[in-house]
Design a protein around this ligand. Structure first.
Ligand code: AMP
Ligand code: ZN
Length: 479
């Protein structure tokens, strides 16, 4: 089937769209900056993984043998991306009265559960930062003499020792972010910690011996070490949220250049998803109850409605979150699931229908154009809406498109897409029982009884939807 359009991806390094040319023919090696597991991930973070997953799925669909690595940061990430503040893990552990290791385990599991609920494919490997500390020390030893200097607080990377520091962030132009000097004795404000010594008289829960004293690795080191260990130098694509374009990724690039003794940034293409925004400030993890996937599920939304919401925007655009937008995405998902439901029993056959082939070509052109999921979705919807068409061919087209978009359309159960808030005052079984009684009353022309049942349901927040075009018999109203 059609995958003819050349795959073009926007490279943050050059600020331009470039044809994807793999380093190893036929392969694609991708590294994604993963979660810092000191807390749950918020839905903004999840947007970053939906994007990385869509990229991975697209590379597979285009025929590349994909090796995707996502890391788990369980050490080293400070409360500020610059070298400032406490270690996020140690701080969370102290607040919870638990060990940092237990905290990491708990939030890693929670993250994996969310990944699963969003139908994000498993990467080739989840690389765990603490498994790589000896490798980080080796890497640091190799670059220390030429590129680092030691202060009382640790070993620091001197950014003037590599060419073009900050090119990714455009630090030297007006696009760059201002920086604040935060560590006493740093040679340049952009210099960053490679190793953070445990202050004299203190112990950290997570600390290791090193040539620079007992301590913990700087946050940026892990991604350089793990990406090189698992994908080689250089590899194809590195992804993360747009915030990483400013500090984390420029620092990774500097380390990669130092270690490889060449100007290569480590990855050929650096891709960044833009932010999911919540105007109510509920995305901030310091804001008490923040927006994580479970909050959406508790409000009654299927997690894949969030995936669809994310796909509706281009990954490089900001996207505003609201429950209204989520509800609209859910309705769109419901329509798609209903349209493809008759295909469940169909057997896929080769696509010959001209109109379906045209739609596949449109889909291919859109997704190959720097992952234009918004347009790709409309091609999928048009295919789903085709009526007079061979069901085997139609199923093959839907399956092919959904392999990229990951909405699980041919398996999703329509009933599971109902809005079902966790705090609803009535169970689904009760609703179904009452509706069966109402049907019986109506069949017996006992309209007083049927109206009474309906009123009682309304009082409990249940809207009875007779003749609803999407075929829902009822909906629980949101508070
Ligand atoms: P963290 O756990 O803070 O290291 O973040 C995990 C990933 O989420 C990183 O790739 C961040 O760049 C990304 N990210 C953080 N906030 C947002 C947001 N509001 N929208 C989209 N991506 C985000
Ligand atoms: Zn990283």
């Amino acid at each position: 089937m059609t995958t003819e359009a050349p795959l073009v991806l926007y490279n943050s390094l050059t600020r331009s769209a470039e044809p994807f040319q793999p380093i190893h023919p036929g392969e694609a090696r991708v590294y994604t900056c993963g979660p810092t597991v000191y807390n749950f991930q918020h839905i903004g973070n999840m947007r970053a993984y939906v994007f990385a997953d869509t990229l991975g799925r697209t590379l597979s669909y285009k025929g590349f043998k994909l090796t995707h690595i996502i890391n788990i940061t369980d050490v080293g990430h400070l409360t500020s991306d610059a070298d400032e503040g406490d270690d996020k893990m140690e701080k969370a552990a102290a607040a919870a009265g638990k060990s940092a290791w237990d905290i990491a385990k708990f939030y890693t599991q929670a993250y994996w559960a969310d990944i699963d609920r969003l139908n994000i494919r498993q990467p080739a490997k989840w690389s765990i930062a603490t498994d790589y500390v000896p490798a980080m020390i080796e890497f640091a030893k190799e670059i220390a003499d030429k590129h680092c200097y030691e202060l009382d607080s640790g070993l620091y990377f001197d950014v003037s020792t590599v060419p073009d520091y900050g090119r990714l962030a455009r630090h030297s132009t007006d696009e760059g972010e201002g920086r604040i000097e935060t560590v006493e004795g740093k040679r340049h404000s952009a210099d960053f910690a490679i190793w953070r010594k445990t202050p004299a008289g203190e112990t950290r829960q997570m600390e290791w011996d090193s040539p620079w004293g007992r301590g913990a690795p700087g946050w940026h080191l892990e991604c350089s070490v793990m990406s090189e260990a698992l994908l080689g130098h250089p590899f194809d694509i590195h992804t993360g949220g747009i915030d990483h374009r400013e500090i984390h990724h420029p620092n990774e690039i500097a380390q990669n250049q130092a270690h490889s003794c060449d100007a290569d940034s480590g990855a050929r293409i650096w891709m960044h998803n833009n932010f999911l925004i919540d105007r109510g400030g509920k995305m901030s993890k310091s804001s008490g109850e923040f927006l994580r996937l479970q909050v959406l599920v508790d409000r009654g939304f299927h997690p894949l409605a969030f995936r669809l919401l994310a796909l509706q925007a281009h990954y490089r655009s900001e996207l505003e979150f609201s429950f209204d937008n989520l509800a609209a995405a859910l309705t769109r998902l419901k329509r798609l699931v209903m349209a493809v439901q008759p295909l469940r029993v169909a057997v896929e056959t080769e696509v010959e229908d001209r109109r379906l082939l045209d739609l596949l070509a449109r889909f291919d052109a859109a997704i190959s154009d720097d992952l234009n999921t918004a347009i790709a979705l409309t091609a999928l919807e048009e295919a789903a809406a085709f009526k007079k068409v061979d069901t085997g061919q139609k199923r093959a087209v839907i399956a092919r498109m959904d392999a990229v978009l990951g909405l699980d359309l041919l398996a999703l159960d329509r009933a599971n897409l109902r809005v079902r808030p966790a705090d609803a005052g009535i169970s689904e079984t009760e609703i179904d029982e009452q509706l069966a009684l109402r049907k019986e009353a109506r069949a017996n022309k006992n309209f007083a009884a049927s109206d009474a049942i309906r009123d009682a349901l309304i009082a409990k927040g249940v809207e009875v939807m007779d003749g609803d075009p999407l075929g829902w018999d009822w909906a629980v109203k949101l508070n």
